[in-house]
Design a protein around this ligand. Structure first.
Ligand SMILES: N[C@@H](CCC(=O)N[C@@H](CS)C(=O)NCC(=O)O)C(=O)O
Length: 203
């Protein structure tokens, strides 16, 4: 098995945190996004979208999409479960993974896509749209704060899960964008401290 990755980037980070939490490692090949390697024809044979992470199995089959890669690794290495141990927990974590992707990670990702120089030749950038996404991000952090006001440690309960890892990827993009979770959101801040304190958080 081989993981095509660029460890500093938010979506590969999801798989690296997942592996670290499980205590497993995989052979990796770095595909340098900044050098344009993800967009090269050779790499597009691996992922036609030109994105990392991608997982190549020993028989040559390929998986892309960080959550799908995590799902495969979870099946191979069920301990410690990060995607649920009971039918309800599994569904709840799926629910929160979608929420963290769509509500929390999407606005800051859109801001990055529409404002970072590195994406200028990837999409048609709309600076006004980027600004709306930054405003939306603040509202979404506030929404998460209300959700976490029951005092739970992690987004899908008291057990750390892949849904929190998706949130970590959003925080990573915030770091690149020099954006912070607002100080007046105590519950979101508590969650942020909990995930940033994890050993698996990349230094
Ligand atoms: N939905 C995909 C997104 C993958 C993605 O956007 N990867 C980015 C890095 S975070 C990438 O490889 N970008 C390459 C480029 O922009 O050239 C996943 O979850 O794996």
């Amino acid at each position: 098995m081989k993981l095509y990755t660029y460890q500093q980037a938010p979506n590969p980070l999801r798989v690296h945190v997942f592996l670290a939490e499980k205590g497993i490692s995989l052979p990796t090949e770095t595909v340098d996004i900044r050098a344009g390697e993800t967009r090269a024809p050779d790499f597009k044979m691996i992922n036609s979208l030109g994105e990392v992470p991608a997982l190549e199995l020993d028989d040559g089959q390929l998986l892309t999409e960080s959550v799908a890669i995590c799902r495969y690794l979870e099946a191979l290495h069920p301990e410690t479960p990060l995607m649920g141990a009971t039918p309800f927990e599994t569904a709840l974590i799926d629910m929160w993974t979608r929420r963290m992707e769509q509500q929390i990670m999407a606005p800051i990702s859109q801001f990055a896509l529409h404002s970072f120089e590195i994406f200028a030749d990837k999409i048609e950038q709309l600076p006004d749209y980027a600004a709306t996404q930054l405003r939306l991000q603040k509202k979404r952090w506030a929404w998460l704060d209300t959700e976490l006001s029951d005092g739970r440690t992690f987004v899908a309960g008291d057990r750390f899960s892949v849904a929190d890892i998706t949130g970590m990827a959003a925080l990573r993009i915030c770091d690149f964008a020099k954006e912070q979770v607002p100080e007046d959101l105590p519950h979101t801040k508590r969650w942020e401290r909990a995930v940033r304190d994890k050993k698996s958080w990349p230094s």
